[in-house]
Ligand binder design. Structure first.
Ligand code: HEC
Ligand code: HEC
Length: 383
């Protein structure tokens, strides 16, 4: 026993305890330096900036700010907006993202100038599309850690030919240039930076230096005069600050497990949920110390799984219509609607809609004694 301990000033002990407290939702990661915290604060302002046509909004858009869709309970959280994606699947298996026809995100709003020029109130979906998908707005807290997970860690969970015969054959999606994908419900986009930068033109109609083009309106050129601002409509420094804000968001604080919920992790493992929703991933090297070599309680393998025909919608990259990325359960406590299009009104309903590769696990969930099912749900609710 350290005899010096009792003589430590009580203030120092309290201070130590305060520092160890994990960040609340909406706060930055622990361990950032002052410059990084400053970028986080300034980035948050731009994440919540409301764009208008005079400042770059549109001519097509889904919402006027990042924070309009990622808002609850804090900036970076979930939102009620559900957007529309469409692609074309050819008989030979090729998936066309319809990039030359305005795809694969079809904006649901237009600026007044575009409305008066073309008389439309959303972007038309071309006849060539073979399927549409609806996407609810997810939370993105802690996603800087997901971004820092090395490809090798994700690939170590892949089992495309189901060699271990557990009926689960996760496989990676690949971006158009062959890089491993991980962001979005179909895991198409390789990096957080590219997702964020793509979201400006796609969601808000605001062009950025890496995506300086407004694209087309369902394949037709934008009529003269409806988009007067020169591209890019947002400068590189502002985009970098938004990247820092998203990247430096702390993950949801560790769940407080009380009563029956304490048995949740074991049941989750036992009935095979953890085969896809891998409880912990490890990050690799990073130029940001707070992101390097950490564990993130993500509950995902970031791989694609076939979830059966009832959930199927669009193809995207290598993902077939019925394949989706294992949704991270990190932050589940913030959601009120579940699955890629928000069709499930409760966590229990979301589990019951698991089919395909997840059918066996779903069956084991349904067969649990009610007290165990309730214990598992109590655990999931606080993730
Ligand atoms: C109209 C609502 C809307 C707006 C505005 C919006 N997002 Fe999103 N965001 C979504 C939806 C819907 C998804 C899921 C897309 C998918 O599954 O393919 C998403 C996904 C994401 C993801 C990936 C999450 C994951 O699960 O992999 C990131 C990161 C992100 N958004 C950042 C941003 C940033 C940064 C902005 C502002 C530039 C922004 N979003 C603006 C609706 C929105
Ligand atoms: C074969 C892989 C696999 C298994 C096994 C699996 N899941 Fe999933 N889970 C997924 C995929 C993929 C999604 C996303 C599906 C979608 O959005 O349509 C998902 C989504 C969810 C969601 C909704 C998350 C959200 O934010 O919308 C919950 C909750 C969930 N799973 C819990 C479970 C539980 C509990 C188990 C065990 C009984 C389980 N899952 C087993 C792959 C799996």
């Amino acid at each position: 026993m350290n005899r010096l301990l009792p003589s430590l000033p009580i203030g120092a002990l309290l201070l130590g305890a305060a520092c160890a407290k994990p960040p609340e939702p909406g706060e930055p990661l622990a361990g950032l330096d002052k410059a990084q915290r400053d970028q986080f604060d300034r980035g948050k302002v731009i994440f919540n900036r409301v764009f208008e046509p005079e400042t770059g909004l549109g001519p097509l858009f889904n919402a006027k700010s990042c924070g309009e869709c990622h808002e609850s309970p804090v900036a970076g959280g979930v939102g009620e907006e559900v957007e529309v994606h469409a692609t074309a699947l050819f008989p030979d298996g090729f998936c066309d993202p319809l990039a030359d026809l305005g795809g694969f995100v079809y904006q649901q709003e237009v600026t007044p100038a575009l409305k008066s020029a073309l008389g439309i109130d959303k972007e038309p979906i071309p006849a060539k599309a073979t399927a549409q998908g609806r996407r609810s707005s997810p939370d993105i807290l802690g996603f800087g850690l997901l971004d820092a997970v090395p490809d090798s860690e994700i690939l170590s969970y892949a089992d495309p030919d189901d060699r271990n015969h557990d009926g689960i054959s996760g496989r990676p999606n690949r971006f158009f240039d062959g890089r491993l994908g991980r962001f979005g419900r179909k895991a198409l986009v390789p990096t957080l930076k590219e997702f964020n930068e793509g979201a400006f033109p796609v969601e808000i109609g605001v062009t950025v230096p890496t995506v300086p083009d407004e694209g087309t309106i369902g394949g037709q050129p934008i009529p003269a005069g409806v988009d007067p601002l020169p591209e890019p409509e947002l400068d590189a420094d502002s985009v970098a600050l938004v990247n820092a804000f998203v990247r430096f968001q702390a993950p949801p604080s560790p769940p407080k497990l009380k009563g029956a919920a304490r048995r949740g992790p074991e049941l989750f493992e036992k009935i095979g949920c953890a085969a896809c929703h891998v409880p912990r991933l490890k990050t690799g090297d990073s130029d940001v110390k707070a992101l390097a070599h950490r564990e993130v309680a993500a509950y995902t393998d970031l791989l694609l799984h076939d979830m059966g025909p009832a959930l199927a919608d669009i193809c995207l990259g290598l993902a077939s219509p019925s394949e989706f990325r294992t949704e991270p359960l990190m932050g589940l406590r913030f959601s009120e609607k579940f699955l890629h299009d928000g069709r499930a009104a409760s966590i229990e309903e979301a589990i019951r809609l698991h089919a395909g590769e997840a059918a066996a696990s779903q069956g084991r969930f349904a067969a649990l004694p009610q007290a165990d099912r309730e214990a598992l749900l109590a655990f999931l609710k606080v993730l």
